[in-house]
Ligand binder design. Structure first.
Ligand code: SAM
Ligand code: SF4
Length: 364
């Protein structure tokens, strides 16, 4: 049976949680310095921080079931993550997205979010946001809103509870639906992200779009990317979004619109539903020319491109001194070698993933 929000009873109202104390950081944000410009003239204004590689789901396209996670001692502390993100804000980052793994399973994550929200208050940061699987939102939605989080990306690949369990291995659709409703009740705008998977959710895509638009949510489709070894062959599931778009065009009127959220999605408006549909097409349409982002992992490794192995260690300079000079220098040096684009390939001849790390290391 399909999941229908109208059938859902018991959409619980969470009590407003007690606000977390801000992290005691000795450094206040400094005046914003010169922009980070990469060798291709792109200004880097968007940082994604993966705060944990752990997750309470095991989505089949993302992780193997028996994933080995990093030992806790290798992770940056919340104070170090704060210092690192703050250094980027001082260097011109305007948009900060926390991701994972599942960011909301990191212990005391609200301390970090509360602390980072000071950059919204100061105006240095324009947006603080998260990508989440939604499983913890009933618990955290109102506090996130209180910290100035205005938008969330929630990943949802199906509205069918059985299929949801199949794709996430460990997830419960009802829990996520309650989380989405809690976030909406807290005034947070939700964008749903779905990975398009052949033979899994292709037939369901139109009804998911109709449902999301009916609930006032944007909807974005993502092509599966060859990142990390998983338990199945990704070629079996790969569904080019050019094909999905063609199919949707036969049903609806899709108008290209210049709408941007700072990410790589290209948007259309669907006349019949009145909502926005985004396409993230790393495989069929390279979006690298407008790339404005870099990603840092929970161990302080900076990846200048999601689809390349080259990385810079920021943990050593972060820990080497209390000041940020070494860190700032390491960031500049890394931005100076940001590549032009990625090398993703999905075909039957390429048996190994293009990038050996899983998406849960750098986050989406
Ligand atoms: N756990 C959170 C979530 O699921 O939203 C945040 C991290 S998750 C790695 C971020 C996004 O990456 C999700 O939307 C997920 O569907 C997507 N993703 C994971 N593995 C992927 C892959 N191999 N190709 C394309 N998208 C992937
Ligand atoms: Fe967890 Fe997100 Fe990966 Fe699913 S996609 S396993 S929710 S990190």
């Amino acid at each position: 049976m399909r999941y229908n929000l109208l059938d859902t009873t018991g959409l619980i109202k969470t009590p407003r949680p007690v606000a977390a104390e801000p992290i005691a950081t000795t450094r206040q944000p400094q005046p914003v310095g010169p922009e980070m410009i990469d060798p291709f003239g792109r200004a880097i204004t968007y940082l994604r921080v993966s705060v944990t590689d752990r997750c309470d789901f095991r989505c089949v396209y993302c992780m193997a079931e028996d994933m080995t996670f990093l030992p806790k001692r290798d992770l940056l502390t919340l104070e170090e993550l704060d210092r690192l993100a703050t250094a980027f804000v001082e260097k011109g980052v305007k948009k900060l997205r926390l991701t994972g793994g599942e960011p909301l399973v990191r212990k005391n994550i609200m301390h970090l979010i509360r602390s980072l929200s000071r950059h919204l208050d100061s105006g240095a940061l324009q947006e603080l946001t998260l990508t989440t699987n939604g499983s913890q939102l009933t618990r955290f939605a109102s506090e996130l809103a209180d910290c100035g989080v205005k938008r969330l990306n929630v990943s949802l690949d199906t509205l069918d509870p059985d299929k949801f369990r199949e794709i996430t291995r460990w997830g419960e659709l009802d829990q996520v639906m309650k989380g989405i409703r809690a976030a909406q009740d807290a005034g947070i705008h939700i964008k749903l992200n779905a990975v398009a998977l052949k033979g899994f959710n292709d037939a369901e895509i139109p009804s998911m779009i109709e449902w999301a638009h009916g609930e006032g949510m944007d909807f974005t489709l993502i092509e599966t990317m060859p990142m990390g070894e998983i338990d199945e062959d990704r070629t079996d599931r790969y569904l080019p979004l050019s094909q999905v778009r063609t199919d949707l065009s036969e049903r609806w009127t899709l108008d290209d619109i210049p709408f941007k959220t700072g990410g790589p999605a290209r948007y259309v408006e669907i006349a019949e539903t009145g909502g926005r549909l985004g396409f993230i097409t790393p495989m069929t349409h390279n979006f690298c020319e407008s790339c404005n982002r870099v990603r840092v992992t929970c161990t302080g490794t900076l990846f200048m491109c999601l689809g390349q192995e080259d990385a810079a260690d920021l943990r050593a300079p972060l820990r080497a001194s209390e000041g940020n000079e070494l860190l700032s220098h390491a960031i500049d040096e890394a931005i100076g070698r940001k590549p032009k684009g990625h090398d993703f390939i999905i075909d039957r001849a390429t048996k190994r993933p293009s990038v050996s790390r899983h998406m849960s290391v750098t986050g989406g």
